[in-house]
Design a binder for this molecule. Structure first.
Ligand SMILES: O=C(CO)[C@H](O)[C@H](O)COP(=O)(O)O
Length: 227
C-alpha cells in the first residue's frame, strides 16, 4: 500500500513545473507528494515553486521538506492542486474529508487550473458512498439539528469523535464533523449542492466535477483516469 502511495506521488511530480503555485492536499498519500516535491526543490530541480497548504498537516510537512509556503490570499491563481481522496467514482467524482480538512481542500482545489487526485485502487467505487460516509463540516451549535435533518436522506449519521481527545473533533475552522453514510448517491453534484443548503452546514466532502486527473496506484503500476 505504501509503495502504491509513493508511486502515485512520484507520478504527480511530472505535472509540476517551475514558477507554479501548487495546492498542497492533506493525508498520507499527499504527504509523500509534499516530501518528494520538497526534495526536488532542495536539489534545485524546480525553481520559484510555492505551495498553498490545505491544512496544518500540509503546512508543517511543507516547512519540514523545504517547500516555500504562501496562503491563498497571497496568490492570484493556483496552477495545480494535488490531493488524496477516500472514494472515486467512474466519472471522477470524489468523497474527501477523512482528515477533516475538506473545506479548505475544496476552496483551493476548486480554484486550481488542474486538480490531480492520488489514490490506490481500493478507493475506486461504482458509486459514491459505496464504502465511505460523506464528511460534513458543521457549525457546532447546529450539529444535533443537522443530524436530525439528515434523517430525510435516510443517512446513518454520527458526530465524529476525537481519538486522542475527549469529545468531538474540532476542525481547523473551529467546527464539528458529521459523517453521513447515505444509501447510494445517484447524482453527486445534486447531493453536494443540496447538503450545502442545510443551515449550519459549512461544506461537505462530495467533490463533484472538480477532479481533472486521477492517478491510481495498482499492483501493475500507476494508471491514469482523465475527464
Ligand atoms: O480528504 C482527505 C483529508 O481531508 C484525504 O486526502 C483523504 O482522506 C485521503 O487520505 P489518504 O491519502 O491518507 O488515504
Amino acid at each position: 500500500m505504501e509503495d502504491m502511495k509513493r508511486a502515485v506521488a512520484k507520478e504527480a511530480l511530472k505535472y509540476v513545473e517551475d514558477e507554479m503555485v501548487i495546492g498542497l492536499g492533506t493525508g498520507s498519500t499527499t504527504a509523500y507528494f509534499i516530501q518528494f516535491l520538497g526534495e526536488k526543490i532542495q536539489k534545485g530541480e524546480l525553481e520559484e515553486v510555492y505551495g498553498v497548504p490545505t491544512s496544518y498537516q500540509a503546512k508543517i510537512l511543507a516547512m519540514e521538506y523545504g517547500v516555500p509556503v504562501v496562503s491563498l490570499d497571497q496568490v492570484d491563481a493556483i496552477d495545480i492542486a494535488v490531493d488524496g481522496a477516500d472514494e472515486v467514482d467512474p466519472n471522477l467524482n470524489l468523497i474527501k474529508g477523512r482528515g477533516a480538512a475538506l473545506t479548505m481542500e475544496k476552496i483551493i482545489e476548486y480554484r486550481a487550473g488542474t486538480f490531480v487526485v492520488l489514490v490506490d485502487e481500493t478507493k475506486l467505487v461504482e458509486y459514491l458512498c459505496q464504502k465511505m460516509p460523506v464528511p460534513i463540516e458543521v457549525i457546532p451549535a447546529a450539529w444535533k439539528a443537522i443530524l436530525e435533518e439528515l434523517n430525510i436522506f435516510n443517512a446513518e449519521a454520527e458526530l465524529r469523535m476525537g481519538k486522542k481527545k475527549d469529545g468531538p473533533i474540532v476542525t481547523e475552522n473551529g467546527n464539528f464533523i458529521i459523517d453521513a453514510k447515505f444509501p447510494k448517491i445517484e447524482d453527486p453534484l445534486d447531493m453536494e449542492i443540496e447538503l450545502n443548503t442545510i443551515p449550519g452546514v459549512v461544506e461537505n466532502g462530495i467533490f463533484a466535477d472538480i477532479a481533472d486527473i486521477v492517478l491510481v496506484g495498482t499492483k501493475e503500476g500507476v494508471k491514469k483516469m482523465e475527464r
